[in-house]
Each structure stands twice: as structure tokens, then as C-alpha cells.
Design a protein around this ligand. Structure first.
Ligand code: MRU
Length: 358
């Protein structure tokens, strides 16, 4: 079982301790959240981020509300609405809240707070085990690609955004097979795309450096050239929501990589847990896409000469900005989806999850 070098979240008495991802890769700081409103703000501001992780965090938000505000139906409903409104695209958030409601609603209020802490912990354990299973199935895919390509140089894997341990309660999704390949003694090199505007690629580069996995940071716009030149053996990303037909919503820029990979004949894989599958969405067209503020494009964060975290303005404040945070990759561009139950073509998710068909 993979152990996170720093837990992305953990219960700390009557509080929730989170690793504040807005300070990474410059600082590792833990923040203590004591209210559901604080949890909602941490999710909205992306102190916690990544589809599986925001689901687990929201579950703890419910536990905090029931422990501090009372556990009647009104508190439960109000808290689920508050947390559910923080981010629209990652279905894991809504999955986790629905699971909490299913378990807690039938209970008498007196029993709800303890049950909520227990259920949130179970969601964390479920996600960690799920990541480990994705690692195993994804490793088999990577090894097949190594055999097809022949030894000689490291397996070159391109990824986008951050779908590593920082985005989950375990090893990650897209990066879990990479860590498994490294542990199995295979030479790998990861091409990490910057992922403008929030630069989650820097989180991926930080994770990989900490784990000793060779990697190269690239500008998002370099991906097409590297794929066309045959410098990439496969692309693997995570997902925020996968529709019943296999269309994949993930961090904006994913679809461009899939298009370039398709044109270059390079496999494009998506790794995701069961909590990312949305069989209620027939296709990607019905997946809500989060629009985020102009500041994410108009300002940039880094460290100054004195190693202080600083924010710089890139574009004038009155610049008109469009900032859709996710895009949808059509199933036809996805070579396979890796879940904890195995590997399937995007149109064959029903084979892995027959019980969830609508
Ligand atoms: O906006 P973010 O940083 O929460 O977006 C995260 C992603 O798009 C990840 O690739 C996705 O959640 C998969 S996480 C295992």
C-alpha cells in the first residue's frame, strides 16, 4: 500500500488538517479547518484540489457541521448544499456528499455526528485502496507499452495537471502507475505540462522530484511538437468526470493533448476511480464546466529573490478573460480508461460496472 509522504488530509481531533496546496511547491504548510464553511472555502480556493481529494474533504466538512452546528435534517441539507456548490465539474464531490446523505439521513440525529466521522474515514480508505488498484492495472499497461516499444531508453510518459498523490487520499490516479513502474525497476521519464493558468504541473513536478522520478517540465504549448516528433510513448491523465459514453472531463488543455496524441498515433490513457464515473451523464455535453475568475489568468504566483511567496500582475485588471477550468475529451480520442476494476475501452465502462448502468 502506498503511503503519502505528507497526508493530503487527516482528522485532527475535532478538526480536519489539510496540506495547503496553494502554497506548494514553495511551502508545505498544514491548515486546521474547524467548520464546514472553512472546508467549503478551502475547496473553492483550491487549498485542497483534485477530484477524489475534494470529495473526501467535503465528507469531513459534513462531519464538522454535524459536530458543531447540530445534526438535524436542516443542518445536514444546508451543509450538503453549501459544499456541493463549491466546484461543479468533479463529480467525486457530489458522489461523496450523496454517500454521506445516504448513510446519515436514516439515522436519528444523536447518532449522526459519529457516523459522519466514520463514513468520511471510510471514503478516505476506499480512495487509498482504489488508487493502489489503479496503480496495478496501469502498471500492466505501461509494461505492455515498454514491450511494444523495446528497451533502450526510459519510457516517456506525458501527463497534464496533477493527478498524483496530492489529488487523492492515496497514490494518485494517473501518477499511481508511474510510481508502480518506478518501484518495479522500470526506467521512466515524465513530461509534465505546466497546466496554465494555475500551474498544477508544478505540483506534479514537486511530487515527482520528492519521489526521485525523472521528469521534465514543459510548456503546455510544447506538447504537440514533442508528440509529433515521436518523443512520447504514451499520455496518461486523470479525470474529473467520465460520462457513460466514455467522454472525459479533465483539466483544460487535456483535449488538446488527446488530439495531438491521436494525430501522432500515441496512446492516450485516462486513470480514474469509480467515484469519477457518472452514468447519469449520457455524454460529455451534459458535464458542467467550471468557469473560474479572471485573476487566475491575470496574475501569477511564485517566489521572489528573497524566497518570499509573491504575486505579480501579468495582464491589466480590466482585461476581458475567459477561464473555463476543464474541457471534454471525446471518447473516440481515448485509447483506454484505467479504473480500480481494470482497463476498458471508453465505450465499455458498462463491462466493468454492470451494476451502475442506467
Ligand atoms: O482544478 P483541479 O486542480 O482540482 O483539477 C484537477 C484535475 O483536473 C485532475 O487532473 C483531476 O482532478 C484528476 S485528480 C486525480
Amino acid at each position: 500500500m502506498f503511503t503519502q509522504p505528507i497526508p493530503t488530509l487527516r482528522r485532527d481531533g475535532d478538526a480536519l488538517a489539510i496540506l495547503d496546496q496553494t502554497l506548494l511547491p514553495w511551502r508545505s504548510e498544514i491548515r486546521r479547518l474547524t467548520t464546514a464553511a472553512g472546508v467549503a472555502e478551502a475547496i473553492r480556493s483550491m487549498q485542497v484540489r483534485g477530484a477524489p481529494l475534494i470529495g473526501a474533504t467535503a465528507a469531513y466538512g459534513v462531519a464538522l457541521a454535524l459536530a458543531t452546528e447540530g445534526a438535524d435534517d436542516a443542518v445536514l441539507e444546508r451543509t450538503i448544499a453549501l459544499l456541493g456548490a463549491t466546484r461543479p465539474t468533479a463529480v467525486n464531490l457530489h458522489w461523496a456528499l450523496a454517500r454521506m446523505a445516504r448513510v446519515l439521513s436514516p439515522l436519528p440525529p444523536i447518532a449522526r455526528a459519529e457516523a459522519a466521522w466514520r463514513e468520511a474515514a471510510a471514503i478516505v480508505d476506499d480512495d487509498a485502496a482504489t488508487c493502489d488498484a489503479i496503480a496495478r492495472h496501469g502498471l500492466a499497461l505501461l509494461e505492455a507499452r515498454l514491450v511494444a516499444r523495446g528497451e533502450g531508453r526510459p519510457l516517456r510518459i506525458m501527463t497534464h495537471c496533477n493527478a498524483g498523490w496530492l489529488a487523492t487520499c492515496g497514490a494518485g490516479t494517473a501518477l499511481a502507475p508511474v510510481y508502480a513502474a518506478q518501484a518495479a525497476g522500470h526506467a521512466v521519464e515524465v513530461l509534465v505540462s505546466e497546466t496554465r493558468p494555475r500551474n498544477q504541473g508544478l505540483l506534479t513536478a514537486w511530487e515527482l522530484r520528492e519521489a526521485g522520478v525523472p521528469h521534465v517540465l514543459i510548456a503546455d504549448n510544447a506538447a504537440g511538437l514533442l508528440l509529433a516528433r515521436g518523443e512520447v510513448d504514451l499520455v496518461i491523465t486523470g479525470a474529473d468526470r467520465i460520462a457513460a459514453n466514455g467522454d472525459v472531463a479533465n483539466k483544460v488543455g487535456t483535449c488538446l493533448k488527446a488530439l495531438a496524441a491521436h494525430a501522432a498515433g500515441v496512446p492516450f490513457y485516462v486513470a480514474a476511480p469509480h467515484s469519477t464515473l457518472d452514468f447519469d451523464c449520457a455524454s460529455g455535453a451534459s458535464i458542467p464546466i467550471e468557469d473560474r475568475g479572471a485573476d487566475e489568468l491575470c496574475r501569477i504566483r511564485g517566489t521572489d529573490e528573497a524566497d518570499r511567496i509573491a504575486t505579480l500582475r501579468l495582464a491589466p485588471a480590466d482585461t476581458r478573460v475567459a477561464n473555463p477550468a476543464f474541457d471534454v475529451t471525446p471518447a473516440a480520442l481515448v485509447s483506454a480508461i484505467v479504473t480500480e476494476r481494470g482497463v476498458a475501452a471508453p465505450g465499455e465502462l458498462d463491462r466493468l460496472y454492470p451494476e451502475r448502468q442506467r
